[in-house]
Design a protein around this ligand. Structure first.
Ligand code: ZN
Ligand code: ZN
Length: 117
C-alpha cells in the first residue's frame, strides 16, 4: 500500500459500458474495476453504513445493485482528486478519490499487497 500516494492519478480512463472501468495510472499500473464491484465499494455515507450492518438488515440496493443501476453509469471528475459516478438508478452521492480507487484495485498484485503479513 506504500505505492498509494497523493500524487497518484489516472492518465487514462475508459468505461466498457455496463462491464468495467479501466484506469491507467501515472505510475504505470492499470486497474480494471467491474461495475458491480465499484458500486459495492461505493464510498458514500449511506452505502458505508449499510455495509456495516448485519447482512440480514442491509438494504439490498446497497449491496446488490440492479442491472439498471449498472447499465449506464457516467463519470464526472471531482476537482483533481477523484471522480463521481452517476449510476443508472440515480445513485450519485459516492465520490471516489483516486487514492481510494487504487486501494480497492482488485488485481492480484494489489490484493496481495493489502494482505497483512
Ligand atoms: Zn453509495
Ligand atoms: Zn492493482
Amino acid at each position: 500500500m506504500s505505492a498509494v500516494t497523493d500524487d497518484l492519478r489516472p492518465v487514462a480512463a475508459r468505461w466498457l459500458t455496463g462491464i468495467e472501468l479501466l484506469i491507467e495510472w501515472n505510475d504505470g499500473h492499470s486497474s480494471a474495476f467491474m461495475t458491480d464491484y465499484l458500486r459495492e465499494q461505493c464510498p458514500c455515507a449511506w452505502c458505508r453504513v449499510e455495509r456495516k450492518k448485519d447482512p440480514r438488515e442491509r438494504d439490498l440496493l446497497a449491496m446488490r445493485p440492479t442491472a439498471q443501476a449498472l447499465a449506464n453509469p457516467s463519470v464526472e471528475p471531482v476537482g483533481r482528486y477523484g471522480i463521481r459516478i452517476n449510476w443508472g438508478d440515480g445513485h450519485s452521492s459516492g465520490i471516489y478519490p483516486f487514492t481510494y480507487l487504487r486501494l480497492i484495485c482488485p488485481c492480484p498484485d494489489c490484493s496481495q499487497a493489502k494482505r497483512p503479513g
